[in-house]
Design a protein around this ligand. Sequence first.
Ligand SMILES: Cc1cc2nc3c(=O)[nH]c(=O)nc-3n(C[C@H](O)[C@H](O)[C@H](O)COP(=O)(O)OP(=O)(O)OC[C@H]3O[C@@H](n4cnc5c(N)ncnc54)[C@H](O)[C@@H]3O)c2cc1C
Length: 518
Amino acid sequence: MKQTHDKKGLIVIGGGITGLSTGLTWALNQDVKDNPVLIIEKEPKTGGYVTSYEREGFIFDTCQMIPNLSDILGYLGIDIDLKKFKGYYMRIFLVNPDTDEVKIIELPSGVETFKKWLMETYPREADQIEKFLDYSRSMYLELFDLKVEMGIADILKALVKCPKIVFNGTKTFHNYFSKFKISEPEVKEIFNVFAEFSALPSERVAAVVPISAMNSLLDGTFRPTKGFIELPKKIEERYKSLGGELMLNTKVIDILMENGQVKGVKLESGEEIYSDYVVTTIDPKVAMIDMVGLETLRDLDAKYAKKAEYVKMSTSSINLSIGLDDKIDLAALGLDCGYNVITTGEDSYDRLFDAYEKGEIGFTDKRFHIGVVCPSLTTGGKPNITVRITPMALADWEELRENDYAKYKERKEKWADFFINKVEKYLIPNLREHIVVLDISTPATYARYSGSPTGAIYDMAPYTDNFGRTRLKMRTPVKGLFQPKFVHGVFGCLLAGMQVNDMILEGKIMNGNARYKV
Ligand SMILES: Cc1cc2nc3c(=O)[nH]c(=O)nc-3n(C[C@H](O)[C@H](O)[C@H](O)COP(=O)(O)OP(=O)(O)OC[C@H]3O[C@@H](n4cnc5c(N)ncnc54)[C@H](O)[C@@H]3O)c2cc1C
């Protein structure tokens, strides 16, 4: 056993957005000379899934949009230039696969504008639409009064202050939406698309998740003008300026414990680093099952162990980053908007999800659901688009990549071809002629990069029995070990890093609240 480091106040495993936010919040609230904080990251740079990469002069981002983060970034002391999407927030290309007819539905930004537009476009159900949107807005605002860890008194308070969340907390979005008796098929399609943003069908996802995503994104959707890499870069700079320590290219292989108390971590090099507080931000299955171990967890808390064993992770993805020549007029195609979804609608996502659950790919000419974003029209740079496809299972992608690279390449190119055909047919005519660079990420890419055994891109999936009060809790049964991993997306990750410090500091930062209030 080697030890070359002093004992730390806090060790953070993983330097993605959750890890960076955790480390920075600690550095902001502790004297790091007495209580040093160390982030350990296996890759040569921080950011995890939030990154930008260069291919033949084109800069691509993994992430595509974030809600207004100004409160949190203000707290963290991060100044970052963000560009707001104007005009349409989203366009849905609803394809009838039998006739090839396409209905384009354009959703304007802004909560009130969106509401007015929906009510005017679908006047027959204007009352129900208004009720649905108002109720959902008010449920979303209740989140600001919710506590992360609820004792009996908090539960009683929640009944008064957050009744809509309490009442709908275990409902799927489908059940929740049905209550409002909206029958217009197009309106259903619109809200199902919001549900599918969380990469679960509306019949599976906890209602609160799409409601929050819809409200926060309608309030304002942004992307960093200099690429998403700016986010981790700026947080890392600030963290280091406050004395935070960072080890890159360093893999944690074990979490050290003694008598139910965390003691530190063991690195791949064999070195051990000690601390009474460890925050893990890597895949929960790896941390809880491989590192802590189910037996240890069972001895401490059988219920938690069971939850950790069966926790459901989110889907993986195929992502096409496409660099284009400058002869293409993307603005004329209306691509200067937040997000485009090309979908065969109805139960397409449910059926794609059924296939995903069996480890299969359910996309066919008659059934697809594809996201298309054009970053260059928002934040400049050489013309490019990103095509995002979920749900995708890891299945044998990784095995193929390792054992038969030629076959792996052939398969990923086949699927890239399939999705490019659809984008060309329904959104960008002659797309293929303009392609200069094509970079294809598969579930194997995401698994390799993040260290998640399933290549999950959105952390734990927000099924009703895997989210909210039924989620795998942030405070683990191992004393001093925390796992702030339960809300996917940049916003949730930044917030989780603050929440976990709030827990350690007994409410000093957010008073135990789920949301940060200035
Ligand atoms: C293609 C894609 C598009 C997305 N689009 C959006 C979007 O538009 N908007 C949005 O808000 N969110 C989006 N997300 C989700 C968002 O990026 C993630 O929710 C978020 O980045 C997760 O951050 P994290 O720090 O919790 O985890 P990660 O980013 O996975 O970070 C974990 C870190 O831990 C490191 N690590 C793993 N194992 C070890 C180990 N044993 N030792 C040391 N280090 C280790 C990893 O290298 C990684 O850096 C997207 C994700 C993907 C993949």
